[in-house]
Design a protein. Structure first.
Length: 268
């Protein structure tokens, strides 16, 4: 199973939209996709009409039962959405209490990784949606993944948040004893504004090949898709936003890679 984490230490940069858009496109290609909500606010869960305030079976359960993890236990937390190939491991508000509980506890940074390993035969791709705060939840998501996708809003303050995220990656890399591959995804680009154009230019000049060559534009249809609980490609197959996400998806998981993942499941 491939594991991607979508993270940035700044809120409102498009993490949940990116997670759902990429997950939907992967499911459309025939991959079995698990969307994992690690944010106590539960935006991804709410996207698919699951309420974090009343959710009992959730990612919080993984931490509560970390000494008793099993394939059956973790599998029971997963909910199939109305869209073929797309499942969700929802969040709950209990995650907000986790930081107080981890003091003195061993192995708390590896709970999510151990949990997803138990589902390795059930899914081809897991995409983890993170809170915009450095803590045990983000550390779990970064420790578990093979690829970090960092949405960066093309706006000055978002660029400052990127510096904090890169410092975190250096720390995680030392812990993993190898660097974590990452790619920056420019989001909410508005070519009509000088601020957006200048921010994108600064991002590219500063981080060069770490930044995807395209950008995700401001697109009201992405917001409309969220309001209706639909993956963006289902709501509007050819909107500017989903075309940009489709191009990015092809960049990080080209057709050859998709076929290789599928062949691992069905070697015929």
């Amino acid at each position: 199973m491939l594991i991607w984490t979508v993270a940035n230490q700044k809120g409102g940069v498009g993490k949940t939209t990116t997670s759902v858009a990429l997950g939907g496109l992967a499911a459309q290609q025939g991959l079995r996709v698990l969307l994992v909500d690690m944010d106590p606010q539960g935006s991804l869960s709410c996207y698919f009409r699951q309420n974090p305030d009343t959710q009992n079976a959730s990612t919080f359960t993984l931490f509560q039962e970390r000494k008793n993890l099993s394939t059956d236990l973790v599998g029971q937390l997963v909910t199939q959405t109305a869209f073929p190939g797309l499942s969700v491991l929802p969040s709950s508000v209990g995650l907000a209490t986790l930081e107080r509980q981890v003091i003195g506890a061993d192995g708390m940074g590896l709970v999510l990784g151990r949990s997803l390993a138990l589902l390795d035969d059930d899914f081809d791709l897991a995409i983890i949606d993170c809170p915009p705060v450095l803590g045990v939840l983000m550390i779990n998501a970064l420790a578990a993944c093979q690829q970090l996708i960092m949405p960066v809003q093309t706006e000055f303050l978002a660029l400052k948040g990127t510096e904090r995220m890169l410092n975190t990656l250096q720390m995680i890399g030392r812990s993993r004893r190898q660097p974590l591959p990452y790619i920056m995804l420019p989001t909410m680009f508005d070519r009509r504004t000088q601020a957006s154009v200048a921010s994108l230019r600064t991002l590219r000049n500063t981080y060069e090949d770490r930044v995807w060559a395209g950008r995700i534009p401001v697109d009201t249809k992405l917001r409309d898709a969220s309001r209706l609980g639909l993956p963006p490609h289902v709501y509007s197959e050819d909107s500017h936003g989903i075309e940009a996400y489709r191009s990015f998806y092809a960049h990080i998981l080209p057709v050859k890679a998709v076929r290789r993942v599928q062949a691992q499941v069905d070697p015929r």
